[in-house]
Design a protein around this ligand. Structure first.
Ligand SMILES: [Zn+2]
Length: 261
Protein backbone atom coordinates (compact mmCIF):
# COMPACT_ATOMS: atom_id res chain seq x y z
CA UNK A 1 0.00 0.00 0.00
CA UNK A 2 1.10 3.53 -0.69
CA UNK A 3 2.62 5.62 2.01
CA UNK A 4 2.17 9.18 3.04
CA UNK A 5 5.49 10.61 2.00
CA UNK A 6 4.38 10.34 -1.59
CA UNK A 7 2.32 13.43 -0.98
CA UNK A 8 5.20 15.37 0.47
CA UNK A 9 7.18 14.60 -2.67
CA UNK A 10 4.61 16.46 -4.63
CA UNK A 11 5.19 19.59 -2.63
CA UNK A 12 8.94 19.31 -2.36
CA UNK A 13 10.06 17.18 -5.26
CA UNK A 14 13.74 18.03 -4.96
CA UNK A 15 14.27 19.00 -1.37
CA UNK A 16 12.41 16.44 0.69
CA UNK A 17 14.03 15.80 4.04
CA UNK A 18 12.80 15.10 7.50
CA UNK A 19 13.15 18.79 8.18
CA UNK A 20 10.89 19.61 5.26
CA UNK A 21 8.34 17.17 6.52
CA UNK A 22 8.29 18.83 9.91
CA UNK A 23 7.66 22.10 8.17
CA UNK A 24 4.75 20.58 6.33
CA UNK A 25 3.28 19.20 9.51
CA UNK A 26 3.08 22.66 10.98
CA UNK A 27 1.49 24.14 7.89
CA UNK A 28 -2.29 23.92 8.08
CA UNK A 29 -2.83 24.24 4.36
CA UNK A 30 -0.53 21.37 3.61
CA UNK A 31 -1.34 19.17 6.53
CA UNK A 32 -4.81 18.32 5.30
CA UNK A 33 -3.77 15.78 2.68
CA UNK A 34 -0.92 14.55 4.83
CA UNK A 35 -3.12 13.87 7.83
CA UNK A 36 -6.02 12.34 5.94
CA UNK A 37 -7.22 8.78 6.33
CA UNK A 38 -4.76 7.58 3.76
CA UNK A 39 -2.45 4.71 4.29
CA UNK A 40 0.46 3.14 2.64
CA UNK A 41 -0.37 1.76 -0.70
CA UNK A 42 0.85 -1.34 -2.40
CA UNK A 43 3.46 -1.20 -5.09
CA UNK A 44 4.57 -3.03 -8.18
CA UNK A 45 7.55 -3.04 -10.58
CA UNK A 46 7.41 -3.62 -14.30
CA UNK A 47 7.13 -7.00 -15.95
CA UNK A 48 10.59 -8.40 -16.03
CA UNK A 49 12.53 -5.27 -15.67
CA UNK A 50 13.11 -2.03 -17.48
CA UNK A 51 11.11 -1.32 -20.59
CA UNK A 52 12.96 -1.07 -23.87
CA UNK A 53 12.35 2.67 -23.88
CA UNK A 54 13.82 3.13 -20.44
CA UNK A 55 16.77 0.93 -21.32
CA UNK A 56 17.40 2.96 -24.46
CA UNK A 57 17.18 6.17 -22.45
CA UNK A 58 19.78 4.77 -20.05
CA UNK A 59 22.05 3.96 -22.93
CA UNK A 60 21.52 7.41 -24.43
CA UNK A 61 22.46 8.98 -21.13
CA UNK A 62 25.64 6.98 -21.05
CA UNK A 63 24.53 4.75 -18.24
CA UNK A 64 24.90 1.55 -20.22
CA UNK A 65 23.09 -1.54 -18.97
CA UNK A 66 21.16 -0.68 -15.87
CA UNK A 67 21.83 -3.97 -14.19
CA UNK A 68 21.10 -2.59 -10.77
CA UNK A 69 18.03 -0.61 -11.77
CA UNK A 70 14.97 -1.44 -9.73
CA UNK A 71 11.88 -2.72 -11.49
CA UNK A 72 9.11 -0.22 -12.11
CA UNK A 73 5.73 -0.48 -10.46
CA UNK A 74 3.14 -2.11 -12.68
CA UNK A 75 -0.03 -0.05 -13.00
CA UNK A 76 -3.66 -1.16 -13.17
CA UNK A 77 -4.58 -2.51 -16.55
CA UNK A 78 -1.47 -4.64 -16.96
CA UNK A 79 -2.68 -8.25 -17.21
CA UNK A 80 -0.16 -9.39 -14.59
CA UNK A 81 -2.22 -7.55 -11.98
CA UNK A 82 -5.45 -9.23 -12.97
CA UNK A 83 -4.39 -12.86 -13.11
CA UNK A 84 -3.62 -15.39 -10.36
CA UNK A 85 0.07 -15.71 -9.52
CA UNK A 86 1.90 -19.04 -9.39
CA UNK A 87 3.27 -20.73 -6.29
CA UNK A 88 7.02 -20.82 -5.78
CA UNK A 89 8.40 -24.37 -5.59
CA UNK A 90 9.88 -24.90 -2.11
CA UNK A 91 13.15 -26.06 -3.72
CA UNK A 92 13.34 -22.75 -5.61
CA UNK A 93 13.12 -20.47 -2.59
CA UNK A 94 16.86 -20.45 -1.96
CA UNK A 95 17.72 -19.83 -5.61
CA UNK A 96 19.52 -16.71 -6.71
CA UNK A 97 16.54 -15.74 -8.86
CA UNK A 98 13.97 -15.84 -6.06
CA UNK A 99 16.30 -14.15 -3.58
CA UNK A 100 16.92 -11.36 -6.10
CA UNK A 101 13.18 -10.92 -6.64
CA UNK A 102 12.68 -10.60 -2.88
CA UNK A 103 15.54 -8.10 -2.57
CA UNK A 104 14.09 -6.04 -5.41
CA UNK A 105 10.62 -6.11 -3.86
CA UNK A 106 11.89 -4.84 -0.53
CA UNK A 107 13.84 -2.06 -2.21
CA UNK A 108 10.90 -1.02 -4.39
CA UNK A 109 8.52 -1.05 -1.42
CA UNK A 110 10.85 1.14 0.65
CA UNK A 111 11.61 3.48 -2.20
CA UNK A 112 7.95 4.14 -3.01
CA UNK A 113 7.48 4.18 0.00
CA UNK A 114 4.85 1.61 0.76
CA UNK A 115 3.94 -0.78 3.54
CA UNK A 116 3.38 -3.76 1.29
CA UNK A 117 4.17 -5.14 -2.12
CA UNK A 118 3.22 -8.26 -4.06
CA UNK A 119 5.46 -9.76 -6.75
CA UNK A 120 2.90 -9.19 -9.56
CA UNK A 121 3.29 -5.48 -8.83
CA UNK A 122 6.82 -5.70 -10.19
CA UNK A 123 5.57 -7.74 -13.10
CA UNK A 124 6.46 -11.13 -11.63
CA UNK A 125 3.53 -13.56 -11.42
CA UNK A 126 4.73 -15.40 -8.32
CA UNK A 127 3.13 -15.73 -4.89
CA UNK A 128 5.53 -13.59 -2.89
CA UNK A 129 4.63 -10.62 -0.69
CA UNK A 130 6.65 -8.27 1.49
CA UNK A 131 5.31 -5.90 4.12
CA UNK A 132 6.64 -3.54 6.74
CA UNK A 133 5.32 -0.61 8.72
CA UNK A 134 7.55 1.75 10.67
CA UNK A 135 7.27 4.26 13.48
CA UNK A 136 8.31 6.91 10.99
CA UNK A 137 5.52 6.14 8.52
CA UNK A 138 2.99 5.95 11.31
CA UNK A 139 4.14 9.27 12.73
CA UNK A 140 2.88 11.04 9.59
CA UNK A 141 -0.71 10.15 10.38
CA UNK A 142 -2.69 11.51 13.30
CA UNK A 143 -2.73 9.62 16.57
CA UNK A 144 -6.53 9.49 16.39
CA UNK A 145 -6.39 7.91 12.97
CA UNK A 146 -3.73 5.32 13.73
CA UNK A 147 -5.48 4.36 16.95
CA UNK A 148 -8.76 3.81 15.11
CA UNK A 149 -6.95 1.72 12.51
CA UNK A 150 -5.06 -0.30 15.13
CA UNK A 151 -1.91 0.58 13.26
CA UNK A 152 1.32 -0.50 14.92
CA UNK A 153 4.88 -0.79 13.57
CA UNK A 154 6.22 -4.19 12.63
CA UNK A 155 9.47 -5.45 11.17
CA UNK A 156 9.91 -6.53 7.57
CA UNK A 157 7.99 -9.67 6.70
CA UNK A 158 8.66 -11.74 3.60
CA UNK A 159 6.03 -14.35 2.90
CA UNK A 160 6.17 -16.91 0.09
CA UNK A 161 3.06 -18.87 -0.95
CA UNK A 162 0.98 -17.21 1.79
CA UNK A 163 -2.33 -18.77 2.80
CA UNK A 164 -4.64 -16.30 4.49
CA UNK A 165 -7.44 -17.30 6.80
CA UNK A 166 -9.92 -14.67 8.03
CA UNK A 167 -10.67 -14.98 11.72
CA UNK A 168 -13.80 -13.96 13.55
CA UNK A 169 -16.47 -11.83 11.94
CA UNK A 170 -15.30 -8.35 12.87
CA UNK A 171 -14.59 -6.07 9.94
CA UNK A 172 -13.73 -2.40 9.49
CA UNK A 173 -14.10 0.24 6.79
CA UNK A 174 -11.09 2.43 6.04
CA UNK A 175 -9.57 4.17 3.04
CA UNK A 176 -6.72 2.37 1.39
CA UNK A 177 -4.68 2.89 -1.72
CA UNK A 178 -2.42 0.95 -4.02
CA UNK A 179 0.80 1.94 -5.74
CA UNK A 180 -0.59 0.26 -8.84
CA UNK A 181 -3.56 2.64 -8.74
CA UNK A 182 -1.54 5.74 -8.13
CA UNK A 183 -3.22 8.88 -6.83
CA UNK A 184 -6.53 7.39 -5.71
CA UNK A 185 -8.10 6.01 -2.56
CA UNK A 186 -11.30 4.19 -1.67
CA UNK A 187 -12.93 2.66 1.36
CA UNK A 188 -12.55 -1.11 1.59
CA UNK A 189 -14.09 -3.41 4.17
CA UNK A 190 -11.49 -5.78 5.63
CA UNK A 191 -11.40 -8.35 8.39
CA UNK A 192 -9.78 -7.20 11.61
CA UNK A 193 -8.01 -10.46 12.30
CA UNK A 194 -6.33 -12.93 9.97
CA UNK A 195 -3.94 -15.84 10.22
CA UNK A 196 -1.35 -16.15 7.49
CA UNK A 197 0.90 -19.14 6.94
CA UNK A 198 3.64 -19.59 4.37
CA UNK A 199 7.40 -19.71 3.97
CA UNK A 200 10.00 -17.11 4.83
CA UNK A 201 12.90 -16.33 2.51
CA UNK A 202 14.93 -19.14 4.05
CA UNK A 203 12.26 -21.67 3.21
CA UNK A 204 11.14 -22.02 6.81
CA UNK A 205 7.42 -22.34 7.52
CA UNK A 206 6.03 -19.33 9.32
CA UNK A 207 2.68 -18.29 10.74
CA UNK A 208 1.59 -14.75 11.55
CA UNK A 209 -1.50 -13.82 13.53
CA UNK A 210 -2.26 -10.32 12.35
CA UNK A 211 -4.80 -7.79 13.51
CA UNK A 212 -5.76 -4.23 12.74
CA UNK A 213 -3.79 -2.46 10.01
CA UNK A 214 -1.31 -5.28 9.57
CA UNK A 215 -4.24 -7.61 8.86
CA UNK A 216 -5.46 -5.12 6.26
CA UNK A 217 -2.06 -5.04 4.55
CA UNK A 218 -1.95 -8.84 4.45
CA UNK A 219 -5.41 -8.99 2.90
CA UNK A 220 -4.55 -6.35 0.31
CA UNK A 221 -1.29 -8.07 -0.66
CA UNK A 222 -2.75 -11.57 -0.77
CA UNK A 223 -5.54 -10.23 -2.99
CA UNK A 224 -2.85 -9.16 -5.46
CA UNK A 225 -1.74 -12.78 -5.71
CA UNK A 226 -5.24 -13.72 -6.82
CA UNK A 227 -5.36 -10.96 -9.42
CA UNK A 228 -7.60 -8.76 -7.29
CA UNK A 229 -7.09 -5.03 -6.76
CA UNK A 230 -8.74 -3.04 -4.01
CA UNK A 231 -10.92 -1.36 -6.63
CA UNK A 232 -12.53 -4.75 -7.19
CA UNK A 233 -13.68 -4.73 -3.54
CA UNK A 234 -14.10 -1.06 -2.68
CA UNK A 235 -17.25 0.75 -1.72
CA UNK A 236 -17.63 2.32 -5.19
CA UNK A 237 -19.00 5.71 -4.15
CA UNK A 238 -16.00 6.34 -1.89
CA UNK A 239 -13.49 6.24 -4.77
CA UNK A 240 -11.65 9.56 -5.00
CA UNK A 241 -8.40 11.31 -5.72
CA UNK A 242 -5.88 11.70 -2.92
CA UNK A 243 -6.53 15.45 -2.91
CA UNK A 244 -10.17 14.80 -2.06
CA UNK A 245 -9.42 12.29 0.66
CA UNK A 246 -10.80 14.35 3.53
CA UNK A 247 -13.98 15.49 1.83
CA UNK A 248 -17.22 14.06 3.26
CA UNK A 249 -18.39 10.65 2.16
CA UNK A 250 -21.38 10.51 -0.16
CA UNK A 251 -24.79 9.69 1.26
CA UNK A 252 -25.27 6.01 1.85
CA UNK A 253 -21.58 5.24 2.36
CA UNK A 254 -20.61 3.27 5.47
CA UNK A 255 -19.04 5.15 8.36
CA UNK A 256 -15.29 4.67 8.73
CA UNK A 257 -14.25 2.33 11.51
CA UNK A 258 -15.36 -1.03 12.83
CA UNK A 259 -18.56 -2.24 11.22
CA UNK A 260 -21.48 -1.74 13.53
CA UNK A 261 -24.07 -4.41 12.91
ZN1 LIG B 1 -1.84 -2.87 -4.06
Amino acid sequence: MESIQRLTHRFFPLTYTGKCLNTISRTPLLIRPVSGPQQPVFIAPRRGHRSGLAARAGWFLGKGERKNALPDIVKAGDPVLHEPAQEVGPEEIGSERIQKIIDDMVKVMRKAPGVGLAAPQIGIPLRIIVLEDTREYISYASKQETTAQERRPFDLLVMINPKLKKKGNKTAFFFEGCLSVDGFRAVVERHLEVEVTGFDRNGQEIKVDASGWQARIFQHECDHLDGTLYVDKMVPRTFRTVDNLDLPLALGCPKLGVRQS
